[in-house]
Design a protein around this ligand. Structure first.
Ligand code: KIV
Ligand code: ZN
Length: 519
């Protein structure tokens, strides 16, 4: 094992996909996995095969087609999970089974209801079974950061004795402070000398905002694999942001003296792809990949940067693949200009999608002087997120709205609901409210609109309207949808209908394939 190299383990498709509202389709997961291979991550955790048919399918397709990184699947410490995981990852060039069991007192007593000895026994059996299938086995004591140090060491010893090749120490609830977490890794190296024969990994959640700092502290104390997600997405406040971990190691190589095997120029593209496919937008000031990461606003900074970039720039934007040019597309730009821009943004589109996007961009360019990068991205996102015909149980046929000063807006909406035409009228505080009230009357009884967000893409009264919404069903499941249109009322109606379709399709899938629960 090369001790000067930090392995990058990407769990965007597994832990990242557990971000509320971020569910991805199989083809979207495949696109992200191919991009992660281009980025050069060492391991892709492609999913949790027992969780659903969709997860199994995604892991197995990624295992069959993505070459380069190790392809890993997650399994709880029980034979059913491990068998299913092996079935999914087996076709990979380099398969890995990642099995885990919770070890902290609170999880053992309140979730598993098992004694410390029983948990060690389950961990042993799980690693033994995984090892009988696959040479490459990772073991995680879940909630390790809240597990007593000596018990954590006992569990790790048992897993290594059964043949685990990577030991991952998770801070499952993002509770640790950096020096404390670094100390935990040092303790492990001191008390369990056999960890030197395996890879010690860390997996930090960001509940207190410490995920990247904790991961780096662990590296300083001997960890040589870091788990995280592109854009730091994941359960609750997310996982360690991989682009931040990577650029710390690369930019401060003088300090860490360690290497990573990734092509940092693919970071920006990876970030945009994950953001556009999950619908999880980046904050503008997000480190490394946010819109403002390389922007200098203050006069004194601009002056410094113009004299010498080194005054305020610690990284070059092109090192993360950010070209920064706000390429303007006009009505004379062809599909190649559109394709080049979208490729840079991480989109992988088929020729029909490119044709549709180019046509919309040209139509917009006819109406507004400049079509900017953000406009093209919004149109592409809208078209690449279109639901397939089978997924459109509800379709908008037509709508009309009457509004004016001193009158209550009223709307009439005609929908095709699973093949049957329905018409309803609605009134509301504004025209959008009136249209959505009409839609709810026909199909909304089971859903609540939790969030409505309207953004004008590039400013001006003729700007594209970008509407994102969040619906919640009666079981508390949330669905996000987004739509773009030149007409704000149409964009809103399309987003609500897309959300309802997503909810209906997902409820139908859950009815056919109920999730497997319980350790
Ligand atoms: O956060 C966690 O503990 C996990 C494990 C499955 C590694 O995601
Ligand atoms: Zn996690």
């Amino acid at each position: 094992m090369n001790n000067d190299r930090v392995l990058i383990f990407d769990t965007t498709l597994r832990d990242g996909e557990q971000s509320p509202g971020a569910s991805l389709k199989v083809n979207e997961k495949l696109a992200i996995a191919h991009q992660l291979a281009r980025l050069g991550v060492d391991v892709i955790e492609a999913g949790f095969p027992i969780a659903s048919e969709g997860d199994f399918e995604a892991v197995s397709q990624i295992a069959k087609s993505v070459k380069g990184p190790v392809i890993c699947g997650l399994a709880r410490a029980n034979p059913r999970d491990i068998d299913r995981c092996w079935e999914a990852v087996q076709p990979a060039e380099k398969p890995r089974i990642h099995t885990f069991i919770a070890t902290s007192k609170v999880h053992r007593e309140e979730k598993l209801r098992k004694s410390p000895e029983e948990v060690i026994d389950l961990a042993r059996k799980a690693v033994r079974l995984a090892k009988s299938y696959c040479d490459d086995v990772e073991f995680s004591p879940e909630d390790a950061a809240r597990t007593s140090l000596d018990y954590m060491c006992d569990v790790v010893r048992a897993a290594i004795a059964e043949g685990a090749t990577t030991i991952n120490i998770p801070d499952t609830v993002g509770y640790s402070e950096p020096s404390e977490f670094g100390g935990r890794i040092r303790y492990l190296f001191d008390k369990v000398p056999e960890v030197r024969k395996v890879v010690v990994s860390v997996h930090c959640h960001n509940d207190l905002g410490n995920a990247v700092a904790n991961s780096l502290a662990a590296i300083e104390n001997g960890a040589r694999q870091v788990e995280g997600c592109i854009n730091g997405i994941g359960e609750r406040a997310g996982n360690a942001s991989l682009e931040e971990v990577i650029m710390n190691l690369v930019t401060r190589r003088d300090y860490f003296q360690l290497d990573v095997g990734v092509n940092t120029r693919e970071l920006y593209r990876s970030s945009r792809l994950v953001s556009s496919l999950t619908g999880l937008e980046l904050q503008r000031n997000k480190a490394i990949v946010g819109d403002n990461a390389f922007a200098h606003e203050a006069g004194i900074h601009q002056h410094g940067v113009l004299s010498s970039k080194r005054t305020y720039e610690i990284m070059k934007p092109e090192d993360v693949g950010w070209t920064g040019d706000n390429l303007v597309i006009g009505k004379h730009s062809g599909k190649h200009a559109v394709m080049a821009l979208l490729e840079e943004e991480g989109f992988h589109l088929d020729s029909d999608q490119i044709r549709q996007i180019t046509a919309k961009v040209k139509a917009l360019a006819d109406k507004q002087k400049n079509v900017e990068r953000e406009d093209v991205i919004a149109i592409a996102r809208d078209i690449s997120h279109q639901l397939s015909d089978e997924e459109q149980l509800v379709k908008m046929i037509e709508f009309s709205v009457t509004t004016g000063s001193g009158m209550m807006p009223t709307a009439s909406v005609k929908l095709d609901v699973d093949g049957k035409m329905q018409i309803a009228a609605g009134v509301g505080d504004g025209p959008i409210d009136a249209v959505s009230n009409a839609i709810w009357q026909m199909v909304g009884a089971d859903y609540q609109l939790q969030d409505y967000h309207l953004k004008a893409i590039t400013g001006g009264t003729d700007a594209l309207a970008d509407v994102s919404i969040k619906l919640r069903d009666q079981k508390g499941q949330e669905y996000r949808a987004r739509s773009v249109d030149e007409d704000v009322i149409r964009a809103s109606a399309k987003a609500i209908i897309k959300g309802i379709n997503k909810a209906m399709v997902s409820q139908e899938k859950r009815r056919l394939h109920p999730q497997h629960n319980g350790q």
